[in-house]
Design a protein. Structure first.
Lengths: 335, 341
């Protein structure tokens, strides 16, 4: 018999995944329709269970969460409103990035959610810095978590940051979503070790491998990793094996993914798998899921309507200063 | 660790400095850090060997002992050092990073220009970081321990770039840099570490962003900064014997550039030579000339000139090195050419 707490967490995670899937479906449509979304659209299809299972174990206000490109489900599970995502895709002046950055590049640094840059691996040490600062200020019991893909683990920045976090024994959880492809490049051209989790020993951190398509395994693994980090066990490296069920972006139909891989267990959709598990376990019903889906669709539509009515940034009213100290800014003074 | 990371070539200079009394440029930097650690609980220092060892140049000597837990040794990971500083700054800390040599900041370049420099513009959350960069050439240091990278960083929006040329400025500008809410790249010149001395350290000086007219003149203006200030002053002294009065302007900060002070000087002299130790393509010297040409063309009696290091990597042998960087002799030759127009 599963504990009521586990059931509650599993259902909360699943609802985050569901809202993510509905939202991303809408963003994909908007991209294909053209017009409202300026740049690309990057979806997390197939990675929702892994992403949300980490974030659901974090405490907003206490913990740090640095999401990466395919963490819309995690963002929702961490409590961030989807309106922020839609506004960022639309370049709305009312969004957290005010049209100055777009698509998946948004966060609320002052609320413990730093904003990714495109250079993979470079967010890990930023999360570490936030944790170190909090430790210096005497805070205890906090955790920082961030995610990366299989390709991102090949960067020097990732290596430096994981080593640094291990040296400082920071309460950091790094989730590696091994979705088999860095854009089009497969694992065999990305790394030569058997499993990326094997690297944990080399860094002197805890390593875990998990089926990233399986909700319960993800929840249990991340709960253990987050608890250990929180208890002072130092950095934790969780590697999830899964398959990206979309292109790198919506511009990419991913012809490089072999059909056999799509049809293997790895290619099973975590949404469907989770729904089957939750209903057969009696934790929820198909009827309830259908209702959640409707609620998600309504929530997404509200966000899209709200953001659609908002103006973009006004180039004539924008303060063209890259420094907070405008006395030292050359922004508007240079002839 | 490569043997070249040792600062053995500078030990001789340190011995010389010990002979006469006074506070060196290097001691001023150490004193400024001690002061900000005392004054601001948000300050901590992070860099390779900065802890108990006191830094490769001893710029953090004694600080780890006196401020436990606030002066931390970093692994040889410039990228992660800067990333960590950005994260800490988001949380309200004011980290000072020491790059062991400015040259190695290239290994942290991405975090500096893409993470730190873009942060305020993108998120409205400023990141108050000071990155100290032991910079510039010293005899025998070679291509990877001698670079002047201020022009490179000044190109990027979101960074303040300063190059103190005196003991007093090193002390005051470092303390001010820590109070600035934005990332400040603090280029401290290794040649000046032991060569300059002050009787005492002032409480205040000109603010960052203001240039200083160090020597008044009426025949030509030399605009420069950092170690080149002293080469320019030597040259001006020599020229005075021939009856030429050369005005020398120390930029102090290269981003922002105090264009007004430069233009006012050119208005007095009508002739401009800009000297920098960085490589010649683009950079601070070009920028000053572009501004004077754009805003003060009518003030010029001769085409503005500039003098930089040569467009090759920085050489190891002292004879090559002396010919590579601008010296007082080279500045004098340029000034004579400028005065001949």
């Amino acid at each position: 018999m599963a504990s009521p707490a586990l059931v509650e967490v599993a259902l909360r995670t699943y609802r985050s995944m569901l809202l993510c899937r509905v939202l991303e479906g809408r963003l994909g449509s908007l991209y294909r329709a053209g017009g409202r979304i300026v740049g690309g659209v990057y979806l997390s299809t197939g990675q929702e269970a892994f992403s949300a299972s980490l974030a659901v174990h974090l405490q907003p206000g206490k913990d740090v969460y640095g999401p990466l490109i395919r963490d819309q489900a995690g963002r929702i599970a961490f409590g961030q409103p989807i309106l922020h995502s839609v506004r960022t895709y639309f370049g709305s002046a009312a969004g957290p990035m005010r049209g100055r950055d777009g698509n998946v590049h948004w966060g609320c640094p002052a609320e413990g959610m730093p904003v990714m840059i495109s250079h993979l691996g470079s967010l890990v040490s930023v999360v570490s810095g936030m944790l170190l600062a909090r430790r210096m200020k005497g805070e205890v019991g906090m955790v920082g978590a961030t995610t990366i893909g299989d390709g991102g683990t090949s960067t020097g920045a990732f290596h430096e940051a994981l080593n640094q976090a291990a040296v400082e024994k920071l309460p950091l959880v790094v989730a590696v979503a091994n979705n088999q492809f860095a854009y089009s490049t497969g694992n065999e051209r990305q790394f030569a070790c058997e499993n990326l989790a094997d690297r944990a020993a080399g860094y002197g951190v805890e390593g875990y491998r998990v089926d990233g398509t399986d909700l319960l395994s993800c929840l249990e693994t991340f709960r253990t990793a987050v608890d250990r980090a929180r208890a002072g066990g130092g950095p934790q490296l969780v590697v999830g094996n899964l398959l990206r069920l979309a292109g790198h972006g919506e511009h990419d139909d991913a012809p490089y993914v072999p059909e056999a891989l799509r049809e293997s267990d790895l290619g099973r959709d975590c949404m469907q798998k989770s729904a089957e598990f939750l209903t057969t376990s009696g934790w929820t019903t198909e009827k309830e899921i259908a209702q959640w889906k409707q609620e998600a669709a309504r929530e997404v539509e509200e966000a899209v309507v709200t953001a659609s009515g908002e103006a973009g940034p006004d180039p004539f009213a924008t303060e063209w200063h890259a420094l907070s100290n405008t006395d030292l800014s050359e922004g508007i003074n240079v002839p | 660790m490569p043997a070249s990371r040792n600062a053995t070539n500078l030990k001789e200079g340190a011995k010389k400095a010990a002979i006469t009394k006074g506070i060196t440029y290097l001691e001023a930097i150490c004193a400024a850090q001690r002061r900000v650690l005392e004054e601001h609980p948000e300050v901590f220092i992070y860099g390779q060997d900065v802890g108990a060892f006191g830094g490769a140049f001893k710029a953090t000597k004694g600080l780890a002992q006196d401020f436990p837990g606030r002066v931390l040794d970093a692994p040889i990971s410039e990228d992660a050092m800067v990333g960590l500083a950005v994260g800490a700054a988001i949380e309200g800390m004011r980290p000072i990073l020491e790059m062991q040599f400015a040259d190695f900041s290239s290994a942290g370049f991405n975090q500096i220009i893409n993470q730190a420099a873009t942060h305020f513009w993108r998120t409205a959350v400023p990141v108050p970081i000071v990155i100290r960069l032991p910079s510039g050439g010293t005899s025998g240091s070679g291509p990877f321990h001698s670079q002047s990278m201020e022009s490179l960083y000044a190109q990027y929006p979101g960074l303040v770039v300063v190059c103190p040329a005196t003991v007093e400025d090193a002390y005051c500008m470092l303390r001010e840099a820590v109070r600035i809410d934005d990332p400040v790249l603090f280029f401290e010149h290794k040649y000046l570490y032991y060569h300059l001395k002050a009787e005492s350290l002032p409480e205040d000086t000109l603010p960052i962003g203001k240039a200083r007219v160090v020597r008044s003149g009426r025949h030509a203006t030399v605009v420069t900064y950092s170690a080149m200030l002293h080469e320019a002053l030597l040259s001006a002294e020599g020229m005075a014997k021939d009856g030429y009065e050369i005005e020398v302007v120390d930029l102090r900060s290269v981003k922002p550039i105090d264009t007004d002070t430069v233009l006012a000087s050119v208005a007095r002299t009508g002739r401009l030579l800009v000297v920098g130790e960085a490589f010649p393509w683009g950079g601070v010297t070009s920028e000053v000339i572009a501004r004077v040409a754009g805003e003060g063309f009518h003030l010029l009696d001769a085409p503005p000139q500039r003098l930089n290091a040569k467009d090759t990597p920085i050489p190891y042998h002292p004879d090559l090195w002396k010919a590579h960087r601008p010296t007082s002799g080279a500045i004098t030759a340029e000034l004579q050419r400028l005065l001949g127009f």
